[in-house]
Write a protein that binds this ligand. Sequence first.
Ligand code: SAM
Length: 174
Amino acid sequence: MKQINVIQIAHKLLEEKLNKNLIIVDATCGNGHDTHFLAPKVKHVHAFDIQQQAISKAKQLNKSYTNITYHHTSHENINVVIPHYDGIIFNLGYLPGGDKHITTNYISTLRTLTAIHDRHNGFVLIVAYPGHIEGFIEQVAIQSFLDKNNIAYEVLKLPHITKKEAPIIYYYTY
Ligand code: SAM
């Protein structure tokens, strides 16, 4: 059976919502694949990551695009450094091929989701990975946050292919 790729599904979901007028934030740019998907479809991408290794990889992958600004800082600073955005995507977890101990965590992720919520604009797409313990705690925290704040979200749960908890996509718009 061909493995279902959660990122392909997330990109498919986003495709119809993107256009050349939009400023989109890639909150966790990692190796730059999501930024690579976004850059040709939108006006500008702001790509965040706390790891220099990730920023360098993302820059290398996307060197042909001139509409990307990189921010080597936590996504908690999105509201501080970006005056306007139309959507934000989070691909949570650790850097593929990097240090698995440097992973997104529920404290900073909730801080950022709260700041975005206070600003009330654009869409939010989150890909969460409950297959590892940090990711599980983060996913539960995100869902509680959304429920507690009465945010109407769409949720896409992939089927279990292995014994591991499958990734989950959350999407909502203000
Ligand atoms: N979107 C990436 C891609 O297309 O290759 C994959 C992202 S990877 C699963 C998660 C990334 O989040 C890692 O590179 C990690 O350094 C980054 N990260 C962890 N905590 C962060 C934070 N507070 N702010 C920004 N990036 C963070």
